[in-house]
Design a protein. Structure first.
Lengths: 227, 81, 746
């Protein structure tokens, strides 16, 4: 399976995602420059963490206009899996591929630390290798990761089983302790925690690797259904 | 009484955020944009009964000591009854 | 060139002495232009020329088989095997951080990162050493808290956005830093040995290319400001502070590394202090060439800038490079891809001169060597190092409650957890961090080679104040000990010498003694100094800081799970390597106990036997590498009691029951800061003790780990008894509490 890792000016977890896929997962990964209008032959797309365009206007607000985002939209519309991590989540929200918004942490400070996540659903192509209710140890590293949405959206997310991860102890003030959500079609996941930083035993946890393994599993299932 | 305080980098100080927004606007085809400066905006509600002169003095002190760093930032404010 | 009107006032404003000016006139054979005066003032400033310290810096060891590049380049380079190398250096941004804490600290990070990647290395780690006035200082507490918050968020802002992990450092509070905080930033990068670039201009006729941010009127006179004491007046002449743009720097990093791969770049240097001036003349001087530029081609952010302003601007995120003639377009293409300005502003010449033109008119013409290498050199007089603290010890009362004393020391500014600080730093980005902040040494793996690099920063202003030579030796010893406990072999060092006004003989004496002590220790521990920084005139209104040399040492170790500070589980043997040590009232005077509990400072720093220290390092290293240490922690601030307590602060909060057998009085036994000691816990005490014996290191089992409680007894008498949770809370929450004094919480 081939993962495309999009590189925006200011992305800085692009290499980490690439390394996790290539070395910890054992699959192929390729960088896609933000100016590109095509995704090549990627089977899945990762929007990595970082500070695209310095995050100077609002996080993700400028990156959403990058040429590559049209291709990502089309890819997602065709059912392709898209994973947005941290700044990638912020971009997906700004681009309207996911509902809600990410605002400054309640404590107003950047927070970098491992947190506990509860996997709330396994009914998607990103968490099928986990058990529902499983507790994962995955790091966060963000200044603007407080998830907000209007009550109707929150109800909808809950009712449609689209909340994938919740914080066990809320670090940033996110409504409903939300750490990661799906789009309605369940092929786009945005999450603030960094699964690529918990994919190598030397980094203290491998709990994040399951996100990528689930993507591989789901891809294999789709591929075998096609053949 | 209400005060509106605007804080922005001094004209001679680099405003990286403004530069980033300007180039984004350019790339979206807004070619007529020459420059963008980004700043902060505060709305401060003051207790009633304060004289305009006293309010002005207090806002000035707040802007000087807290809201802005006069080393790199300028501020302006207006008082609204 | 136009006739100049250089008055004595103007010369003084440029921080040049009458003799220095006379030397300029004599060498040029004429009066300088205003632009030239500005150029000399920055290049001959203390900051750029090291004119007061250079004579003494020569006493430092700088070579070893691993040193590929010593002092004199942007950073030192060390061979780490496998065809790879690391570049690293520490630099200060003390004065700007006092004036504008957030931007001052941020641009400090930006500057040192450029020093690393200008050599072709990708930055993979940042550490910082911070010094502030006390947060509860009755007069300056509010300002000190504001400075700390600003500095920390500035470092976080720049490092996090740039994408380099900030993985460690240290933070100390003293009244001596009330008006003069210290912000020292260390950065380290990695590259292949065949990818090293130097800041040399070679090849007559090659184009000189400017890349990165546009030039504005930022920080003009920053370099000479950094060499002058603060006065009320300098607080006024403030618009010198630059704003950092980490996003631009990230682009510059990627573009530079990509451009270097084209093979079209001959030499490259960042524009730091003294900007275009420093980069042009230093590149020319190192290459033995001349450089001619025309300022009309320099990308400018503001209109109407004079040649003087353009040459002296300290706008951030800019680089100067020399490319192979005819291959400019390859370089431009890369910078275009990253959306950065790049412009040819001149060329390399054969005449050894820095020739600056403005629209064709020559505004400066000075031999590069005169600027870069022939700055005045001063052998400043030095006397007895300054100290006000008494040598004799007062009567030290017997403590009524040593558990309470331990809680006091744990909650004191220097000892308490700095989690509030480092939680704001992205210490994991790049997924190489094996050991992050909070341990004895930070470790990053090198993905390409299977080896890892450990690094630590140390400084102890109190010890150096009491005895600069001994203090500096102790710092080096401690730093190497920090590396050894995680299993690393110390290989090279960088230093930041933060001192007061060198024109005062008693301050100059501190500097000389500290350099000599550091040199002795670095030679003994085989950690040559490959570069660094000297920051003098750290005084405000005549009040100097403590002599504050900071050393950063790197070590090498095989990649693997790290040895960490904390006890992992009950029923492990606790071993003290190096013994109880010795102490008397005089040698106790610089300890954290005296500072936090007795509120004093006197006497002398602890004694140090370097040979013994080195044997302890070897033993600790072998224990770590052999997997014999479940945990390992060096004894330093707060001595044995604090080391034991800190070992109880892991996720399991495993405590220990300790039984001591020594002749020292309890306060000394628990809290003296004698060096050469390491605490480990192990499942196999026999083998661990055998390792210690093999290295001729005194060692004994002093107790066993136990769940949730730390008890320390001396020959059956209980000295300390507390739940680990209680100790932990005191230690972990102290900094946050100090930042939010009761009267300020809503």
């Amino acid at each position: 399976m081939k993962f495309g890792v999009v590189v925006f000016p200011g992305s800085n977890c692009d290499h980490d995602a690439w390394f996790a896929v290539q070395h910890n997962l054992g699959h192929q990964a390729e960088f896609i420059w933000h100016d590109s209008t095509r995704l090549g032959d990627a089977d899945a797309v990762i929007l990595p963490g970082g500070f695209s365009y310095g995050d100077y206007l609002r996080c993700g607000a400028i990156a959403k206009f990058s040429p590559v985002m049209n291709a990502v939209r089309a890819f997602a519309a065709a059912g392709g899996p898209v994973l947005g991590i941290c700044n990638g989540f912020q971009i997906l929200v700004e681009a309207g591929l996911l509902p809600g918004a990410l605002v400054r942490n309640r404590g107003l400070k950047f927070i970098c630390e491992p947190v506990q996540l509860r996997c709330e659903t396994t009914a998607c192509g990103f968490t099928s290798t986990y058990a529902k209710g499983q507790i994962l140890r995955v790091p966060i590293a963000h200044g603007e990761g407080c998830y907000v949405a209007d009550p109707r959206t929150l109800d909808e997310l809950a009712a449609e089983d689209r909340i994938v991860f919740r914080y066990v102890e809320n670090p940033n003030g996110s409504l409903g302790d939300i750490a990661g959500i799906l789009n309605r079609e369940r092929n786009v996941l945005g999450m603030m925690p960094h699964p690529e930083r918990a994919a190598d035993p030397l980094m203290g946890s491998t709990d994040g690797l399951g996100v990528f393994q689930s993507m591989v599993q789901s891809f294999a299932r789709v591929a075998s259904a096609r053949s | 009484m209400k005060a509106r305080v605007y804080v922005s980098f001094k004209p001679t100080v680099l405003d990286p955020q403004g530069v980033a927004v300007r180039s984004a606007l350019h790339s979206l085809g807004f070619d007529q944009v020459d420059d963008v400066r980004q700043g902060k905006f505060f709305e401060i509600l003051l207790a009633g009964g304060l004289s305009a002169a006293e309010a002005r003095r207090q806002i000035e002190a707040m802007a000087q000591d807290v809201l802005a760093n006069p080393v790199i930032e300028d501020y302006q404010f207006e008082l609204i009854e | 060139m136009s006739a100049s009107t250089i008055t004595p006032d103007l010369i003084a404003q440029h921080q040049l002495t009458g003799e220095e000016y006379a030397k300029i006139v004599a060498t040029l054979g004429r009066e300088p232009t205003l632009t030239e005066l500005g150029i000399f003032s920055v290049m001959w400033s203390e900051h750029c020329s090291y004119k007061s310290s250079r004579l003494h810096l020569k006493k430092l060891p700088t070579r070893s088989p691993r040193v590929l590049q010593g002092p004199g380049e942007n950073a030192g380079i060390i061979d780490i095997g496998g065809g790879y190398a690391i570049a690293f250096k520490i630099e200060s941004h003390n004065h700007p951080s006092f004036i504008e804490p957030f931007q001052g600290a941020a641009t400090g990070v930006g500057g040192i990162l450029r020093d690393i990647f200008t050599m072709g290395a990708r930055p993979i780690a940042v550490l910082n050493a911070l010094r502030f006035g006390p947060l509860d200082d009755p007069e300056h507490g509010r300002r000190n808290r504001r400075i700390l918050e600003g500095v920390v968020s500035g470092i976080a802002h720049y490092g996090n956005c740039f994408g380099v992990p900030t993985i460690g450092g240290e933070c100390v509070f003293e009244q001596a830093y009330n008006g003069n905080p210290l912000v020292n930033v260390f950065a380290l990068g990695v590259f292949r040995q065949d990818e090293v670039f130097y800041a040399r201009a070679a090849g007559v006729g090659n184009p000189v290319i400017y890349v990165g941010a546009k030039t504005g009127r930022d920080g003009i006179h920053g370099a000479s400001m950094a060499s002058a004491e603060f006065s009320e007046e300098s607080k006024q002449k403030r618009p010198n502070v630059q704003v950092g743009d980490p996003f631009m720097e990230k682009l510059l990093l990627e573009a530079c590394l990509e451009a270097m791969k084209t093979g079209a770049i001959v030499g490259i240097q960042d524009m730091g202090a003294a900007g275009l001036t420093c980069s042009t003349c230093e590149m020319g001087s190192r290459g033995g060439t001349g450089i001619e530029i025309d300022l009309q081609h320099v990308p400018q952010r503001e209109t109407g800038m004079s040649p003087y302003e353009i040459m002296l601007s300290e706008s951030q995120e800019r680089m100067l490079l020399v490319a192979e003639k005819g291959r400019e377009q390859e370089v431009f293409a890369v910078f275009r891809k990253w959306g950065l300005d790049a412009a040819t502003i001149g060329q390399v010449t054969g005449d050894g001169l820095l020739r600056v033109k403005d629209h064709g008119r020559v505004v400066a013409e000075i031999p590069n060597r005169l600027l870069a290498d022939e700055a005045p050199l001063y052998d400043r007089p030095y006397a007895q190092p300054f100290r006000r603290a008494p040598l004799e010890a007062p009567h030290i009362p017997a403590s009524p409650d040593l558990t309470r004393d331990l809680l006091t020391v744990l909650a004191s500014g220097d000892v308490c957890s700095k989690r509030w600080i480092w939680r704001q730093y992205d210490y994991m980005v790049r997924t190489n961090t094996l050991a992050g902040p909070g341990g004895d040494a930070a470790i990053v793996r090198i993905k390409e080679t299977g080896a890892s690099v450990a690094m630590a920063l140390d400084g102890n202003g109190r010890f150096c104040y009491l005895d600069p030579r001994q203090g500096a030796r102790l710092i080096v010893a401690e730093c190497c000990r920090n590396l050894s406990v995680v299993g690393a072999e110390p290989v090279a060092a960088t230093n930041n010498l933060n001192f007061g006004n060198p024109e005062r003989p008693e301050i100059m004496a501190q500097l000389v003694a500290a350099i000599e002590g550091m040199g002795e220790a670095c030679a003994f521990f085989e950690t040559p100094i490959t570069g660094g920084n000297v920051s003098l005139y750290n005084e405000t209104l005549g009040e100097g800081i403590f002599p504050s040399p900071v050393v950063g040492i790197v070590g090498l170790l095989p990649t693997g799970p790290p040895v960490t500070v904390d006890f992992k589980q009950p029923e492990r043997a606790v071993i003290l390597l190096g013994g109880y040590g010795d102490c008397d009232a005089v040698r106790f005077g610089g300890t954290q106990y005296v500072k936090a509990v007795l509120r004093g400072l006197w006497g002398l720093p602890p004694e140090l036997d370097m040979a013994r220290e080195k044997r302890v390092h070897a033993a600790a290293r072998e224990l770590a590498r052999a997997g014999l240490a479940d945990s390992a922690h060096d004894l330093s601030d707060g001595g044995l009691a604090v080391a034991l307590a800190e070992a109880c602060f892991g996720p399991s909060q495993t405590g220990a029951a300790i039984d001591l057998d020594a002749d020292l009085r309890p306060e000394f036994l628990l809290f003296h800061e004698g060096p050469s000691r390491v605490l480990i816990s192990t499942a196999d005490p026999e083998r661990a003790l055998a390792v210690a014996r093999a290295h001729q290191v005194e060692a004994s089992v002093i107790g066993r780990t136990q769940p949730g409680r730390l008890t320390i007894r001396l020959r059956g008498e209980t000295l300390v008894d507390a739940e680990t949770a209680r100790l932990y809370v005191a230690w972990d929450r102290a900094l946050e509490r100090a930042l939010r004094p009761a009267h300020e919480t809503s």
